[in-house]
Design a protein around this ligand. Structure first.
Ligand SMILES: [Zn+2]
Length: 597
């Protein structure tokens, strides 16, 4: 124990070094040499396991290869902890003052898995470097107290960008400051402290229209107005544009790691989704990074994170980032925003039989399980619903504040009180459920604890659709297509017929998901089957639409592999899509919330 403590003290005083050789990144090989201060005797070092923003033990340990430990010119024998796969023990020899740990992080090939750490970080033209992939560190001290000097060698001619400050930083800051690099690079100054930095697989993909640059500049201004302060020195959206690197976003204090398809900024449909992600990740600088649930504010990357309050961390970000700010900054048209809200409400109301057994809070508590769950049976299992459903929960809070104060106060008063002045550099202010309730009470006195527990912690057969009605709109269905579902389908290569027959198809005819209690379920179909024909016509998305529009029952041939049968879907209702419709005579609170400040 004594040796562990001494090592901890030393590591606080002397910076460790991380030298990443990414010159072979085109092949997906990132070599890392980590030097850590050490004293003779037993020593434990660890590979980051619980990754901030991923809310799960998702450190890509399986991709760590070629591990070799040396000290004072000798190769040391390492032993992995038999229970904790992320921890390694060595005996530091007499006379050694440091150990060097060498290993490769191998970026996984495309197409074998999805999710954080399991998809490629490289193409022939670019790379994305989350430092937690290429770092080990001494077990014990808080990562805030470990100083690091990090360097990276890049392929010739590649340009890079990162928000990592020069010189030694804490390990926390290093892991919070990913780096992107590539052959095709563009940096755009949006305001005096917000930048957009892009690397892409082609020069053409960098041709961001002026209109989108103006929208993102407006987003920076609207966020400042919404919160009344900021908690970064400079903020950078780091963006990789590639069809190989999986679409996802990961938030940090002063930057975000945003991965989109190659033409996400140049294709107008796909841009609608990509810009929404930028707004979401930016919002996390305030909600998630500066203010963070106490259970997610862990001292290092090995201690388990508690996801219970993700309905605040992610859910309020869904409300502020994906609804309020995309509207106020003009990233999406009001019609598109309303169709998004309609889709969220309808999907949670119609495609979630699991809400009869699982409360919303459990989707957050069980994040590490649900994030890894196979696709299919989503309605019965539920998924990470703390994102979407909380959009409605926080809209419910906003409309309630307005009603209780007769319009004198709004949710913007809460965002100022909870996330706002004074502006600071990055720091973490943890909070609990009671802190959220107290801040709401400071804006509008109410029994907020019961209000939130009723919507989040109890079994609720329906989402809080009353929030829409309080905002002057109601959820309706019609055969008119939904503006949000079109780019969503294009991006996910799916055809959404869940609101008619109950099936979410892959665009090749496979049943990716199916909602219990719908005509498709009654016909005996189930997720994983492949539909090859509909009413005697070979499967295609267009054939499906035409046969639904004809309002006659569907005879489909479907099955697993070679074994097929005919299934009769007794449905004549035509295509069905959700929309919002104004309630005449009620004030249009929704549009007031969406208005630019
Ligand atoms: Zn998020």
């Amino acid at each position: 124990m004594f040796a562990f403590l001494l090592a901890a003290t030393l590591s606080v005083q002397q910076p460790m070094t991380v030298a990443v050789d990414a010159r072979d990144a085109r092949r997906g090989v990132f070599h890392s040499a980590v030097t850590m201060p050490a004293v003779p005797g037993p020593m434990r070092f660890v590979y980051p396991k619980w990754i901030p923003g991923e809310h799960a033990p998702s450190g890509p340990i399986a991709q760590m290869m070629g591990l070799r430990v040396t000290a004072a010119g000798q190769t040391l024998t390492w032993r992995r902890d038999p229970v904790d796969m992320f921890a390694f023990d060595v005996d530091v020899p007499k006379g050694a003052t440091s150990i060097e740990v060498d290993f490769d992080y191998i970026s996984p090939p495309v197409g074998y898995a999805s999710g954080y750490g399991e998809t490629p970080n490289h193409t022939q033209h670019l790379l994305d470097l989350p430092w937690n992939h290429v770092v080990v560190y001494p077990a014990g001290p808080r990562t805030d107290a470990i100083q690091v000097n990090a360097t990276v060698a890049l392929p010739d001619g590649w340009k890079s960008d990162t928000q990592l400050p020069p010189g030694p930083t804490s390990l926390t800051t290093l892991i919070d400051s990913p780096l992107i690099a590539g052959e095709h690079e563009r940096t755009i100054d949006l305001t005096n402290n917000v930048k957009l930095s892009i690397v892409a697989d082609s020069e053409a993909a960098l041709a961001l229209p002026q209109e989108r640059i103006a929208q993102l500049t407006q987003l920076a201004h609207q966020a400042e107005a919404l919160f009344g302060a900021h908690h970064f020195r400079t903020y950078r959206w780091l963006v990789t544009l590639s069809d190989v690197v999986e679409t996802q976003g990961l938030e940090h204090h002063e930057s975000s790691d945003n991965r989109f398809v190659e033409h996400a900024f140049t294709d107008p449909d796909l841009a609608k989704l990509a810009l929404g992600t930028l707004s979401h990740e930016f919002t996390h600088s305030w909600n998630g990074k500066y203010r963070r649930p106490a259970g997610l504010a862990t001292p290092d990357y090995q201690q388990p994170m508690l996801g219970e309050l993700l309905w605040v961390y992610e859910g309020m970000t869904r409300y502020l980032g994906d609804f309020v700010l995309v509207s106020r900054s003009g990233l999406r048209s009001p019609e598109l925003v309303r169709d998004h809200v309609a889709f969220v409400a309808a999907n949670l109301d119609r495609n979630r039989t699991g809400r009869n057994w699982r409360p919303l809070s459990d989707t957050a508590v069980a994040v590490q399980v649900l994030a890894e769950a196979p696709f299919g049976w989503t309605a019965y299992r539920r998924t990470l619903d703390y994102y979407d459903e909380s959009l409605l929960v926080w809209l419910d809070v906003d409309t309630t504040i307005r009603a209780k104060t007769k319009g004198a106060k709004t949710f913007d008063d809460f965002t100022h009180a909870f996330f706002g002045p004074p502006s600071t550099p990055p720091m973490v202010k943890p909070y609990t459920f009671d802190d959220v309730v107290a801040a709401l009470n400071s804006v509008a006195p109410n029994d907020w604890a019961t209000f939130l527990r009723d919507r989040v912690y109890k079994i609720t057969p329906h989402p809080p659709l009353g929030a829409l009605e309080a905002a002057g709109w109601r959820l309706v269905y019609s055969d008119k297509s939904n503006d949000y579902m079109i780019p969503r389908s294009k991006s996910s290569k799916r055809v959404d017929a869940t609101f008619s027959i109950g099936i979410l198809f892959h665009d090749d005819g496979k049943i990716d998901d199916l909602t219990p209690g719908t005509p498709a379920a009654a016909a005996g179909l189930t997720p994983g089957m492949e539909v090859t024909s509909i009413n005697g016509r070979k499967w295609s998305a267009d054939v499906l639409r035409e046969e639904l529009a004809a309002k006659r029952p569907l005879d489909v041939i479907a099955g697993f592999g070679e074994h097929v049968a005919t299934y009769h879907i007794d449905y004549r209702g035509g295509e069905q899509f959700p929309h919002l419709e104004r309630i005449e005579g009620r004030p249009d609170v929704l549009s007031e919330i969406m208005r630019a400040r």
